[in-house]
Write a protein that binds this ligand. Structure first.
Ligand code: SF4
Length: 332
C-alpha cells in the first residue's frame, strides 16, 4: 500500500461499521463546448450504519439514493466527503488498494439477469469472484452447494444456466455469488422491485435469514416504503440529493416529522378505510425541482405548505429532535 496504515485510520465507535461524512456526487452536464452545470445527485449526505444493522434509504426516483449506494462502494467516485469503513478512510484508497474493501463490501442489483453471464453455469458464476480474488477453496463443488443451500437453491442447480431459472431464483444465484466472498456489508439496491409480488416476500425473508446467519450489515435502498419498513432497523429519507430525516423505522413510520416524509408516508395505502380516511394527506404543490439548479435554503420549500421566510434563505441544520431521530427542518 502506498499510504501508511495510520493515514487511513479514523477513531471510531466499535459498533460503527460504516460512516458516511458529507458525501457529494456531482455529475457534469455537458454542453456542446462547455460544462453547462452539475447535477447534484448527492449533496452533503452523512449517516452511520452499525454492525448487524439494516439501514434503509427511501425517496422518490431520482432523489440520489442509488447514487449514494454506488458511491459508498466507489463504483462511482465521490466528488467530496469521506467514507469510513471499519475505521479506515476508503476514500483515500488508491485503485490498487481496493481489494480489501471489494471483498468486504458487496452490492446486489435490481436486475440479476444483467449481472449474470448467460454462458456460465451456476457453479462457474458463484466461483468466479472467489477465483478473481485468489481465495483458496478446498472443495469448490461442496463450497458452492453450501452457498446454494444457504440461499434456498440446491445441488441440482449446480450445472444449469441463468436462463433456466425464474427471476427470484436468479436473484438467489446473485446472492450466492455475493456471499462467496464472505462480505460483512451488502448494499441491496431495489433487490426485489423487478420481481413478482408473490416472490418478493420469500426473497426478503431469505435476506433476513442470511443476515442473521452470517452477521451481515445491509444498506437497503428502495422506493417501496412498506418493504423498507419491514426490512430496516433505521431509515433515512432522501429528497433531491439530501437526507432530510433519519430515525428508528418503527418510530419514523409511526410519527414522521419532516413535511416531505409526511407527504411520502401519507401515500402508503392502509387496508382499513377508516384509518385511511383519518390519517389525512398533506397537500403539496408542484413537481420535484431540477437537481441541476436546486432551490436555495431548504430544497423542499417551493412545495412545502409550512415554508416560511428563513426556509427560502437558509438551509436547515440536521438536528437530533429526540433520541436516534434527526431532522433537517426549520419547524424544529
Ligand atoms: Fe418546509 Fe421550511 Fe421545513 Fe423545509 S425547512 S420542510 S420549507 S418548514
Amino acid at each position: 500500500m502506498s499510504l501508511s496504515e495510520a493515514e487511513y485510520m479514523v477513531q471510531e465507535n466499535s459498533r460503527t461499521l460504516l460512516r458516511v461524512e458529507n458525501l457529494k456526487k456531482y455529475f457534469p452536464v455537458k454542453g456542446l463546448f462547455f460544462t453547462k452545470g452539475y447535477v447534484k445527485a448527492v449533496d452533503d449526505v452523512s449517516f452511520t450504519i452499525e454492525k448487524g444493522e439494516t439501514f434503509g434509504l427511501v425517496g422518490e426516483s431520482g432523489c440520489g439514493k442509488t447514487t449514494v449506494g454506488r458511491t459508498i462502494l466507489r463504483l462511482i467516485e465521490p466528488t467530496g466527503g469521506r467514507i469510513v469503513y471499519e475505521g479506515r478512510d476508503v476514500t483515500k484508497f488508491r485503485k490498487n488498494e481496493m481489494g480489501w474493501f471489494r471483498k468486504k463490501a458487496q452490492i446486489m442489483f435490481q436486475d440479476p439477469y444483467s449481472s449474470l453471464n448467460p454462458r456460465q453455469t451456476v457453479f462457474q458464476l458463484v466461483m468466479e469472484p472467489v477465483k478473481h480474488h485468489g481465495i483458496g477453496v478446498d472443495d469448490p463443488e461442496d463450497f458452492v452447494v453450501e452457498l446454494l443451500e444457504l440461499v434456498g437453491l440446491n445441488e441440482g442447480h449446480l450445472y444449469r444456466y441463468p436462463h433456466e431459472f425464474s427471476g427470484g431464483q436468479r436473484q438467489r444465484i446473485a446472492m450466492a455469488r455475493i456471499l462467496s466472498l464472505k462480505p460483512d456489508f451488502v448494499v441491496l439496491d431495489e433487490p426485489t422491485s423487478a420481481l413478482d409480488v408473490s416472490v418478493q416476500a420469500n426473497i426478503l425473508n431469505t435476506l433476513k435469514d442470511i443476515q442473521e446467519d452470517m452477521d451481515l450489515t445491509y444498506l437497503f435502498i428502495s422506493h417501496d416504503l412498506g418493504i423498507v419498513k419491514y426490512m430496516s432497523h433505521r431509515t433515512g429519507v432522501m429528497y433531491l440529493g439530501k437526507i432530510v430525516e433519519v430515525g428508528e423505522s418503527d418510530r419514523l413510520f409511526e410519527e414522521p416529522l419532516h413535511p416531505y416524509t409526511k407527504l411520502l408516508f401519507s401515500a402508503i395505502p392502509v387496508p382499513d378505510p377508516d384509518i385511511e380516511k383519518s390519517k389525512g394527506k398533506i397537500e403539496v404543490q408542484g413537481e420535484p425541482p431540477s437537481p441541476i439548479n436546486p432551490p436555495s435554503g431548504c430544497r423542499f420549500h417551493p412545495r412545502c405548505p409550512y415554508a416560511k421566510e428563513i426556509c427560502r434563505e437558509k438551509e436547515p441544520e440536521f438536528k437530533e429532535i429526540e433520541k436516534n431521530h434527526q431532522v433537517a427542518c426549520w419547524l424544529y
